[in-house]
Design a protein around this ligand. Structure first.
Ligand SMILES: CC(C)(COP(=O)(O)OP(=O)(O)OC[C@H]1O[C@@H](n2cnc3c(N)ncnc32)[C@H](O)[C@@H]1OP(=O)(O)O)[C@@H](O)C(=O)NCCC(=O)NCCS
Length: 172
């Protein structure tokens, strides 16, 4: 168990009891922001399948930060691409509940995630960051992610084309 800089957040693997809070947290960013390219809110059943594909062991994990019984954020590692030779690469992401950004919880979650992945057969981690997103860029750079390319106007959401910066972290 880890404590945040505020001393009140605890990080642990996600479990089925988190499904509703995980879904509503993610859907906030789906509905209101371009940070994810999902456009329609995801359903509870979709999130349940996503959770099942990220067990508490192996390369693909979901960790949650909990504070006073509220899920205040999560970090995940999932497949980068499905084809088998990509299996040593993961795509990571981190989302905090609105109102809980800017006080180190993202770093707390990523510390725990990369600590867990250190024992796994993972060689590279990638993050795709819709531009601009200064807090996410800085967080990823602090965790050793380096620029791996910029995809110009690769997605359209809210009637606008968005650039995505890909960042790469070496592990193992
Ligand atoms: C991105 C996110 C996970 C970062 O977590 P966080 O706990 O808020 O991050 P921190 O407080 O550790 O700040 C990270 C860095 O960004 C900086 N920062 C924080 N908020 C910022 C802002 N609004 N503008 C510019 N810089 C900001 C911090 O000073 C810090 O810089 P440093 O690493 O050089 O010290 C969080 O802000 C979040 O959930 N944002 C919305 C969802 C999202 O964008 N997820 C990422 C998808 S790729």
């Amino acid at each position: 168990m880890q404590q945040s800089t505020t001393g009140t957040a605890m990080v642990r693997p996600a479990d089925v009891g988190d499904i509703e809070q995980l879904t509503s947290l993610y859907n906030h960013y789906v509905i209101h922001t371009p940070v994810t390219f999902d456009i329609e809110p995801v359903g509870i059943d979709q999130r349940r399948a996503w959770l099942a594909a990220h067990p508490g062991t192996g390369r693909h994990r979901i960790l949650v930060a909990e504070e006073a019984g509220t899920l205040v954020g999560y970090a995940s590692s999932g497949p980068f691409k499905e084809r088998q030779a990509y299996e040593t690469s993961v795509e990571t992401s981190v989302y905090l509940l609105p109102g809980h950004t800017g006080r180190g919880l993202g770093g707390l979650l990523y510390s725990a995630l990369f600590e867990a992945l250190a024992a796994e057969d993972v060689h590279r981690a990638y993050a795709g960051i819709t531009q601009p997103n200064e807090a996410s860029m800085r967080l990823h750079q602090r965790f050793g992610f380096r620029p791996a390319g910029l995809l110009g106007q690769v997605g359209r959401k809210f009637g606008t084309f968005w650039d995505v910066a890909w960042l790469e972290k070496r592990l193992g």
